[in-house]
Design a protein. Structure first.
Length: 129
């Protein structure tokens, strides 16, 4: 599936508007509109920002759960990877981030849903990698 179709699908599933996605990523609303329409393709850096903001699963960004977390490759550790690395459920990680229990990331409430960020370097330190 093309990136524009994936982006539309994830935005719909996460109930995120173009404006909200723009605010989360720092990418202009007009650029996001062009990505959604397929008129332009985002740079790898912007693709990563979009994927991080929408918490797109590891399977899409093709990072295997057994791969080492590398600060150069990703800007956000997906919830699924953090859960597997810690031997916990994804819900455990989400709730911990929402309550501010973990010092390696945070959760931001967007309307009725949360967006999550896990810092690769802080997470690696936390799990001792």
């Amino acid at each position: 599936m093309a990136f524009d179709q994936e982006l539309k699908k994830w935005m719909r599933q996460k109930e995120v508007t173009q404006k909200q996605l723009s605010d989360l990523t720092g990418i202009g609303k007009s650029s996001i509109s062009q990505y959604i329409s397929g008129k332009n393709e985002p740079s790898e850096k912007n693709k990563q920002k979009l994927m991080d903001a929408l918490d797109i699963p590891v399977s899409y960004c093709s990072l295997e759960s057994n791969e080492k977390i590398n600060d150069d490759k990703i800007g956000n550790v997906p919830i699924s990877v953090a859960a597997k690395k810690m031997g916990k459920s994804e819900q455990f990680i989400r709730v911990g981030l929402q309550r501010g229990v973990f010092d390696f990331g945070y959760a931001v409430k967007m309307s009725s849903k949360y967006s999550y960020h896990i810092s690769p370097s802080k997470f690696k330190k936390y799990i001792g990698e």
